[in-house]
Design a protein around this ligand. Structure first.
Ligand code: F6R
Length: 612
């Protein structure tokens, strides 16, 4: 939530920052702003709306300066408007700040500063931080670096900040706690951003700032200090990220590109890890702690949103294959419930961004109770990846569309590999079954490719139902989490109300909603509950509901009952979610697109939910 970009070097900062903000717009898009510093002072431009509105607003204005900071906002404190947009200025307007995160004690700090005569121009918590820094600097006659450090010792909450000073344009001060910040290291120049995407076209050498670290950046070099002012050594890493991965590449939207990338991204999740012919399946990242999983008395999965749905799929196959009891917890509920963690419990935390505040806090809580954390994460070097004891990256590549698609399937692929390894090691599946599973998983990218051929048919169904006001998604067994995921995808990007339910639960309530207006999507592939789900479809038809069924290729029965049918390739029950979710992603995409919605940046949402 909120994207920050900053630059210090020889080039024009504005162009680099504006381009970077566009790349980070998936993190927040209700307003944006840029501040530039040079020997003539500070220039500040802020605008409600998209980064394109800021670009338009600044056309023809003086945008010179080789040091600058920029921000794209997802509002928390104060509505989205020009004055609440970042950067924010200090009282005397000589300092400016960009901030991602939430300052929990801002209101008491603000009151103290008001008592001292400070006047605030916005309703944000972030503006309080820069006034606080200014106040400390004035009262202690100390350097800006020291004032930032002292301020951070008093601030409660989460932050990634960058501060700029009109009296010292060859200086940026950055710090983080709980919100991500990456520093790109060029030759006599530095790039700062919430993730590496604005940086990679200039340099692939980066430093991921740690919590409680402060970076003092000048053209001459980068100095890192901890909150006690002790200097630490920057750990410069080389990142492996191609520019193609963060561009639309000819697709109308990132979401469609990412849906289409799934044969590759699922393949990437397995690359170098799985070879069915030789029976090889190894996840190097979890090897050292594998025995903890094998001997686990219970597995607790922590995640939010789509990642939580991937966790639900994992619950089915971990219990089915490994015979280990599994609980899938909303991270946000877990952390406030005084949960019971016993010796012998193992935590699996799932997150695409690796920055979700609720998941991070739940992990910290579980760690404090002595639990071992297995992270299943997409964003390399992210907070969750770093705070987990051990983990497996899903290698889906950057996911930029706000609605998660390829991360879901890559998460399910990685979690299924974990289950296969554990089940084999535990002896809860036979050698033959193990090999069958490996062979089948290896064929999934091809099957997903085939499922993507449902594009046109999904679009035609979207045309028919684009004006529906409600949707019901029903599935059983492994397809129940897919029903939840289908409903989430539709509601978040098309704003149509959609509910996912286990199909058998329909008769316990949701059946009351069914009439001739109600589209009901059944994920009814041929599995153990096939006959049962046919009865559920009949119950909907008997009430004149409109049935869209996802069925297995060659099904002859359901097409005679359902109004619309989308056929997906045959696979085993445990891996069906990887295939059956594809037409649901396409359906949501086309419905949202036909309704004129902003598919990649749906209203009120942001990609990386770094606030509670
Ligand atoms: C839905 C979606 C969200 C995220 C959720 C968790 O399409 O993207 O529901 O899945 O915010 O995010 P991560 O996986 O980054 O922890």
């Amino acid at each position: 939530m909120c994207g920050i970009v900053a630059y210090l070097g020889e080039r024009q900062a504005f162009d680099i920052i504006l381009k970077g903000l566009k790349r980070l717009e998936y993190r927040g898009y209700d307003s944006s702003g840029i501040a530039l510093a040079d020997q003539n002072g500070l220039k500040l431009y802020k605008k409600q709306g998209k980064v394109a509105d800021l670009e338009h607003f600044t056309t023809g204005k003086n945008i010179s300066g080789s040091t600058g900071i920029g921000h794209t906002r997802w509002a928390t404190h104060g509505e989205p408007n020009d004055k609440n947009a970042h950067p924010h200025l200090s009282q005397d307007e000589s300092l400016a700040i960009i901030h991602n995160g939430i300052i929990e004690n801002y209101s008491s700090l603000k009151q103290e500063l008001i008592n001292k005569g400070h006047m605030f121009r916005s309703d944000t918590d972030s503006e309080v931080v820069i006034h606080f820094i200014e106040d400390i600097r004035n009262n202690n006659a100390c350097s800006l670096e020291e004032a930032v450090r002292l301020a951070l010792t008093k601030i409660v909450g989460a932050y990634a900040i960058v501060v700029i000073d009109q009296n010292d344009p060859n200086l940026l001060i950055a710090a983080r706690k709980g919100s991500p910040l990456v520093i790109g290291v060029g030759k006599d120049e530095y790039f700062l951003a919430s993730d590496a995407t604005p940086i990679i076209e200039y340099t692939n050498e980066v430093v991921y700032l740690n919590d409680y670290e402060i970076a003092i950046i000048r053209k001459e070099g980068l100095i890192l200090k901890n909150i006690e002012a002790v200097q630490t050594n920057p750990y410069i890493q080389t990142i492996d990220l191609e520019l193609d991965a963060i561009e639309k590449g000819g697709y109308d939207h990132f979401m469609l590109k990412e849906i289409y990338e799934q044969p590759k991204s699922i393949g990437d999740a397995m690359r170098g890890r799985l070879n069915a012919a030789s029976g090889h399946l190894v996840l190097g990242g979890i090897r050292d702690y594998l025995n903890r999983l094998v001997s686990a008395d219970r597995i607790v999965i922590l995640a939010c949103g789509t990642s939580w749905h991937a966790g639900l799929v994992a619950e089915y196959f971990l219990e089915d294959l490994c015979r280990i009891p599994v609980e899938v917890e909303y991270a946000s509920e877990f952390r406030y419930r005084n949960p019971i963690i016993r010796e012998g419990d193992v935590i699996i935390a799932i997150s695409q961004s690796g920055e979700t505040a609720d998941t991070l806090a739940a992990i910290e809580l579980a760690k404090s109770k002595g639990a071992i954390i297995f992270g299943v994460v997409n964003a390399v070097g992210s907070s969750i990846a770093r705070t987990s004891h051990v983990g497996a990256y899903i290698h889906a590549g950057p996911e930029i569309g706000v609605a998660s698609t390829k991360a879901f399937t890559a998460q399910v692929a990685v979690l299924s590999m974990i289950a296969m390894i554990v089940a084999y090691k535990k002896g809860t599946i036979t050698e033959t079954k193990y090999h069958e599973l490996l062979v089948e998983l290896e064929t999934i990218p091809k099957k997903v490719e085939k499922a993507l051929q449902l594009d046109k048919k999904s679009k035609a169904i979207a045309e028919r139902f684009k004006d529906a006001r409600n949707f019901l998604y029903l599935g059983r067994g492994y397809n129940f989490p897919v029903a939840l995921e289908g409903a989430l995808k539709l509601k978040e990007i098309s704003y149509i109300h959609a509910e996912g339910y286990p199909a058998a639960e329909m008769k316990h309530g949701p059946i009351a909603l069914i009439d001739e207006e109600m589209p009901v999507v059944f994920i009814a592939t041929r599995d153990g509950s096939y006959d049962k789900i046919i009865s559920n479809i009949q119950e909907v038809k008997a009430r004149k509901g409109k049935v869209i069924a996802i069925v297995t290729e060659g099904d002859v029965l359901i097409p005679t009952i359902a109004d619309y049918v989308l056929e997906v390739p045959v696979t085993i029950d445990a891996l069906m979610p990887l295939v059956s979710v594809i037409p649901l992603q396409l359906l949501s995409y086309y419905i949202a697109n036909l309704r004129g919605c902003n598919v990649d940046q749906p209203r009120n949402l942001a990609k990386s939910v770094t606030v509670e």
